[in-house]
Design a protein around this ligand. Sequence first.
Ligand code: IPM
Ligand code: MG
Length: 371
Amino acid sequence: MDKRIAVLAGDGIGPEVIKQALKVLEAVAHRYTHSFTLDYGLVGAAAIDETGNPLPDETIEACRLADAVLFGAIGDPKYDNDPNAKVRPEQGLLKLRKSLGLYANIRPVQLFNSLIDRSPLREDRIQGTDLVVYRELTGGIYFGDKGRNTDGTEAFDHCNYSVQEIERIAKMAFEAARRRRDKVTLVDKANVLETSRLWRETVQKMSNRFPDVEVEYMFVDNAAMQVVQNPSQFDVILTENMFGDIISDETSVITGSIGLLPSASVGDQTSLFEPIHGSYPQAAGKDIANPVATILSLAMMLESFEMFEEAKRVRSSVNKVIAKGLVTPDLNPDNFISCSKVGDVISLLIESDIDDDHTFEDLFEGNLPLI
Ligand code: IPM
Ligand code: MG
């Protein structure tokens, strides 16, 4: 198969983790004789530095022409600490989501059995976690009118939702539940917010069309607690933009590191695949970031191309490498390998024909300086 991929590495650790995912992509191309054409685009602080614009037109164009977008991370402390900055890196990502109509952000959370002891949460609490967050991505408070009064002493951010915006992502969440364990939890704040009441009303009406799917409604404050107290109760979490942003970072604690969680953003046109973590500026350039979230985002991209066997091989290679303890310092500060070595071993495993533990040892014994 021939596919065209727009690669937007972005800021901070973005370029490092993207580089590992591209190694993996090359290994997949080699093993399965696919050809991937890469089109690099600027975004975020890197784009502001070079062009003054966090999302240059050429980048949007490259994404439109591509079969998929692979995205690294965005953000730079020099803007975080300057609330008066006129242009901000994050505007690039938000505009990209809007321009490509990426209204659904899908964030799966699965446990790696070999990492259960890395989670700060007790094993008996997190055992059996397998959930996915369907976060609305192009509406709500992120995209409503915002501003200040004339003397700058008051500010507002409006939160808007239409029935149509709620229905299209809710439909995806119901369909996802049918492929999983038939349960949707709508997370909202319907006891306070009018937009949340519209979400609840709309989802209640739609649930008649999906009688086989159990629907549960949960206030976001309670959900924030339940997600870490008893995560295995959840199957599909459906929620609006801001609540989804917060809840999905929280779910990453279950797995032991935010560096493990991938995401897919889908909508009307090209889909985008990105790790859920940010640009982690403290680690940038040190070769210590965890590339697994980006590599698993790549696996989601391969699935979107219907390259199911390829994606399965990427996932099983990731699992094996993690099970062998070949991980970055976020997962084991006392015994770790670098970001690029994690990329190397996963790629090597994809290309090689070894499958049992014994040959795995043979492959790496002495051949690979691990640090
Ligand atoms: C995410 C990020 C973004 C968001 C930021 C970088 C704008 O936190 O993808 O979760 O808030 O959506
Ligand atoms: Mg976030």
